[in-house]
Design a protein around this ligand. Structure first.
Ligand code: HEM
Length: 272
């Protein structure tokens, strides 16, 4: 396994662990909803579990999986090493520490505010600090994606960007733009409020900032799913691509254009 593969695999393992724990909670929630008399069944525990489930699935599983998959598209689609791998690892650890902080706060019963953490529900400050760290860690991933793309572009000034990476790069840019909303909400509104530094909060502003991020959250799955479905799977199955990106001819604009399935060598990677 290469050093780059270790980076992506570490992210995917955290995603799988988050999914596994959250899926266990989901089972308990479903059984509780079916009115099964589980031990310690209570409304308090139910909402604690739903919060942990929502945070681990929607925020942690999504973020780590997409980060890991982004690195895979650098190595398999751009067919080059991750530029700024150290930054990638720094982002991984920052996001992991943030996840642990938020998860521990929820499990301690100090952060039962659901995954949307709408005020006036208030969590212990470590819930929001952990969420902020998760976002900051993911920004390191965005910058490693940008650095890798710039390095690839320098090496291939005339080539069209391979489609799998193109889709993941769009995902990274979308992530960077959308996470600004939740970062501002957490850092400017929620952390000072939960620390008692401010005494009032604007719930509507907080919700608006959350959903500035929350709605695009679905595209962090959707865009990579398109990338895999239209570009990776046909290739892996040995079939034809539905559409492909033509290599630029000398004098044409970098970035190229979409064309009909003409060139089987549309991707610079032998793998994809
Ligand atoms: C593994 C199968 C899953 C089961 C059986 C399941 C089940 C549940 C249940 C029972 C609830 C509580 C609903 C309520 O009481 O209102 C819930 C909430 C939720 N689930 Fe899942 N779920 C699963 C997978 C997922 C996945 C894959 C995601 C996202 C990637 C997800 C995201 C959420 C979110 C965001 C909430 C709302 C949490 C909140 O309000 O704070 N779930 N789920």
């Amino acid at each position: 396994m290469t050093r780059d593969d270790r980076l992506s695999v570490a992210h995917i393992w955290v995603a799988i662990a988050a999914f596994g724990i959250a899926a266990g909670m989901a089972l308990m929630q479903a059984l509780s909803r079916a009115s099964l008399e589980l031990p310690w069944r209570s409304a308090k525990l139910y909402y604690l579990s739903v919060t942990a489930h929502g945070v681990l699935m929607a925020l942690v599983f999504t973020t780590f999986f997409i980060m890991g998959f982004g690195y895979v598209t650098i190595t398999r689609s751009l067919n080059r090493p991750v530029d700024r791998r150290g930054l990638g690892w720094a982002g991984f650890w920052v996001a992991l520490v943030g996840t642990a902080l938020t998860a521990a706060t929820i499990l301690a019963g100090k952060g039962t505010v659901l995954y949307t953490f709408y005020p006036p529900l208030m969590a212990y400050p470590t819930f929001y600090i952990g969420a902020a760290l998760l976002v900051v860690g993911s920004w390191c991933w965005v910058w490693a994606m940008v650095a890798s793309y710039r390095a690839w572009r320098r090496e291939h000034p005339a080539d069209a960007t391979p489609l799998p990476f193109h889709a993941m790069f769009a995902t990274a840019i979308l992530w960077q733009i959308a996470t600004v909303g939740v970062a501002v909400e957490v850092v400017v509104l929620l952390i000072p409020w939960s620390l008692g530094l401010t005494h009032t909060i604007d719930p509507l502003l907080a919700r608006m900032l959350f959903w500035y991020f929350g709605h695009p959250l679905v595209y962090f799955w959707l865009l990579p799913a398109y990338a895999v479905w239209y570009t990776v799977l046909p290739r892996v199955a040995g079939g034809k691509l539905f559409s492909t990106t033509r290599r630029s001819t000398p004098g044409s604009r970098p970035g190229g254009s979409c064309s009909t399935p003409s060139s089987p060598s549309a991707f610079s990677s032998p793998a994809w």
